[in-house]
Design a protein around this ligand. Structure first.
Ligand SMILES: Cc1cc2nc3c(=O)[nH]c(=O)nc-3n(C[C@H](O)[C@H](O)[C@H](O)COP(=O)(O)O)c2cc1C
Length: 212
């Protein structure tokens, strides 16, 4: 879990053995899901034209985001790589089907997002399994959902949740890219743990010290 990284720049492009890919997808498919709805699907994308089309779309969205930045923030973003779409061995696109398991998905009547949470758990399982297999994964979210639906022929109502770049890597960094580039810092665990109520100070757990 602590070795896992979001990878953009370290993909080698070497192929992923079929048995390894099978184990990673099996790990994803073993995730918990609300009402046992298993609302995910996985689209394996290796076609160069498809990946190039997606890459061009992501580059455009990069400029859209960059236009919202100014000064030091804009300069920093300039040096940050946001995807490894063309360098990674393949892409795996994970989707969410809210109709899966309907009617009456047990546990979702009050929280519609519980379906999406389930898909994210499958993604995290996939990510950890890939790390254990020595592969890197990079989550790309610089896209508009209708573009990806059109590109991959995803039916209306089914949402692309993640475009994951997957493949062998030269190494996994020990520090997140965004921290290495001075864009953001990880928050101390102690700041995230509360006792009894929101912002209740917890001095009993060995979770380190708070920031500032
Ligand atoms: C929902 C989600 C979307 C993300 N989208 C992108 C993205 O579009 N481009 C990118 O470079 N990283 C993306 N990331 C990776 C995060 O930047 C990364 O997880 C974070 O900086 C922590 O680094 P680590 O995963 O190496 O620990 C995304 C991560 C998540 C969970």
């Amino acid at each position: 879990m602590h070795r896992r990284r979001d990878v953009r720049g370290q993909f080698t492009g070497a192929p992923i053995p079929a048995d390894v890919l099978g184990r990673i997808l099996a790990a994803a498919h073993a995730a918990p899901s609300v009402g046992l709805s298993q609302p995910w699907d996985f689209i394996r994308v290796t076609d160069d034209r498809t990946r190039r089309a997606f890459h061009a779309h992501v580059q455009h969205e990069r400029t859209v985001f960059a236009a919202t930045l100014a000064g030091e923030r804009a300069e920093r973003f300039d040096g940050i790589r946001i995807d490894g779409i063309l360098a990674a061995s393949m892409s795996l696109v994970v989707t969410y089907d809210p109709a899966r398991g309907e009617p009456a998905v047990l546990g979702r009547h009050a929280i519609a997002d519980a379906g999406l949470y389930s898909v994210c758990l499958a993604i995290e399982n996939l990510w950890l399994a890939a790390t254990a297999e020595g592969l890197g994964v990079g989550w790309v979210s610089f896209y508009r959902e209708p573009f990806v639906q059109e590109l991959l022929g995803i039916p209306a109502g089914i949402r692309p949740v993640a475009w994951l770049c997957v493949g062998p890597v030269t190494h996994l960094e020990t520090t997140p890219d965004l921290e290495r580039h001075g864009w953001a810092r990880r928050r101390p665990l102690a700041d995230a743990v509360h006792a009894e109520r929101w912002r209740g100070r917890d001095d009993q757990l060995p979770v380190g010290s708070r920031r500032g």
